[in-house]
Design a protein around this ligand. Structure first.
Ligand code: NAI
Ligand code: MG
Length: 496
């Protein structure tokens, strides 16, 4: 086992406690409290980070409001675009550092972490193009009085945005939200997940270096209940963008009613992946394996329900077994590892519980099912595949958020579409076929925010992303997200 060397900048970050960034200054929590950040591959502490509470949230929100009403409001759209471009460049320059931090605190293989860091720069670069293109319209109104009337709309930034993000893509989840917030002229209080605050700290250092005015981006690290909840309920917050569990999403939506915050939520999924009999089976099985095992299955869009046509079931199961067994589990800092640990002991316990329940409920274990014997430390779990003939096991219905695939077979396509849509979630869905007619017909019938045909997990900043049903509210990315961070003002001018 040979692991890559940590860069000096990473070592420096680990050598001292992480701090909050409030109104342009790095500071400890008002309470002086800190929490420990763990390396999930070793179960050792990486460092300590400030644990913010309601007082720090107040400071962050006040600083954001001051920036919103002050220097930030005077920056032109072109200046905002330039700052975002500078940030994208810095993200590229510091890609390896960011990747190492992602792997250290999240556990994912370093190659995937590098991909995440590269994607973060691209997303910021995409949003850098938006500030100069956010426009209103002139509208052909018909006043009853017959008076000549000019009507036009303006798009204005919503204001102070609370951005609450999870640990599974600890860098890209930050920029998915910061990108549109900054492009539209909003200000932000960013709350990373308690498992992965370090890459967020480095990101905010780069935001500072890019030259954003103080208070435009504030960082508050801490726990869900002590830090996230007061931020989500704060009367000075105008909008919340949240990615995480459906359970917390519900709390956030409830808390938002006090001052009618705008809310966008990106929540869980149990996404159906469908293999038609005419598909390229080898390619489809590889896509299905990657669709569930990527990021240790800790992906909101994981293709966790696989519906395989009965005529190709045996072949697909064989291929899935082969792909699962080919994974090399190990620390993400070892470039030969293709699968890292789960993020935490808690996540491991949840996923292990589902493996146990799958067996108890009569699903047939095809491969995996336990912890790898050769790894003594770390929250590792084997990539696992179940066949559930009855489709009644909870592993076929509930989000597991781990590398656990539940396979079911089908014969009738109309009935299959009903089964695929029979879920409280509607984040993603996919199908594998060579037949153009089936591809578009089924894609139109699936109740999901993203549908992937002969691919999986393709996400692009130009294309909207979000969920139907209990998978969320609103869309991120593309033109749609610009609407989510702006208010529309309608202006009437009587020309008589
Ligand atoms: P979570 O929803 O509790 O955490 C996500 C973020 O919300 C973190 O920053 C956390 O500190 C914050 N948070 C927690 N409680 C809060 C509250 N009351 N008010 C405001 N913010 C709060 O997710 P968790 O506990 O880490 O994972 C549990 C399950 O959630 C996973 O097993 C998975 O099923 C799902 N999940 C889904 C994600 C997605 O991408 N849609 C990402 C992470 C988790
Ligand atoms: Mg939680």
């Amino acid at each position: 086992m040979s692991q890559i060397q940590l860069l000096p900048a990473v070592q420096a970050l680990l050598s001292q406690p992480g701090r909050l960034f409030l109104g342009g200054t790095w500071q400890d929590a008002a309470s002086g409290r800190r929490f420990v950040v763990e390396n999930p591959a070793t179960e050792c502490a990486l460092t300590e980070v400030a644990e913010g509470d309601a007082r720090d949230v107040d400071t962050a929100v006040d600083a954001a409001r001051t920036a919103f009403n002050g220097e930030w409001a005077r920056q032109s759209p072109a200046q905002r675009g330039l700052l975002l471009l500078r940030l994208a460049e810095l993200l590229d320059q510091h890609r390896e550092e960011l990747a190492q931090l992602i792997t250290l605190e999240n556990g994912k293989p370093i190659a995937n972490a590098r991909g995440e860091a590269a994607s973060a720069a691209n997303i910021v670069r995409y949003f850098a193009g938006w500030p100069t293109k956010i426009e209103g319209s002139t509208l052909p109104v018909s006043p009853a009085s017959g008076a000549p009337m000019l009507n036009y709309t303006l798009r204005e930034p919503v204001g102070v945005c609370a951005l609450i993000v999870p640990w599974n893509f600890p860098l890209t989840m930050c920029v998915w939200k910061l990108g549109p917030a900054l492009a539209t002229g909003c200000v932000a209080v960013l709350k990373p997940a308690e498992q992965t605050p370090l890459v967020a700290i480095r990101l905010v250092q780069l935001i500072e270096a890019a030259g954003f005015p103080p208070g435009v981006v504030n960082l508050i690290t801490g726990l869900g209940a002590a830090t996230g909840a007061p931020l989500a309920q704060h009367p000075g917050v105008d909008k919340i963008a949240f990615t995480g569990s459906t359970q917390v999403g519900r709390l956030i939506a409830q808390g938002a009613t006090s001052n009618m915050k705008k809310v966008s939520l990106e929540l869980g999924g149990k996404s159906p992946n469908i293999i038609l009999p005419d598909a390229d089976i080898v390619r489809a099985a590889k896509g299905a394996a990657d669709g569930i095992f990527y990021n240790q299955g800790q992906v909101c869009t994981a293709g966790s329900r696989l519906y395989v046509h009965a005529s190709v079931l045996d072949q697909v199961l064989e291929e899935l077994r082969r792909h699962a067994n080919a994974h090399v589990l190990g620390p993400g800092l070892d470039p030969s590892s293709s699968m890292g640990p789960l993020v935490s002991a808690r996540q491991l316990s949840t996923v292990s519980g589902y493996l146990q329940r799958g067996l108890e409920e009569g699903a047939e274990l095809i491969c995996g099912g336990g912890r790898p014997a050769h790894l003594e430390r770390g929250h590792f779990i084997e990539p696992s595949v179940f066949l559930d003939r009855a489709e009644r096991a909870c592993i076929a219905r509930e989000e597991i958020f781990g590398p656990v695939l539940t396979v079911m077979s089908w014969t009738d396509i109309d009935e299959l579409v009903l089964r695929a849509n029979d879920s409280p979630y509607g984040l993603a869905a996919g199908l594998w076929t060579r037949d153009l007619r089936s591809a578009h017909r089924v894609a139109a019938q699936l109740k999901a925010g993203s549908v992937w045909i002969n691919c999986w997990n393709v996400v692009d900043p130009a294309s909207p992303f979000g969920g139907y049903k209990q998978s969320g509210w609103g869309r991120e990315m593309g033109k749609n997200v610009i609407d989510a961070y702006t208010e529309t003002k309608s202006v009437f001018v009587d020309l008589a």
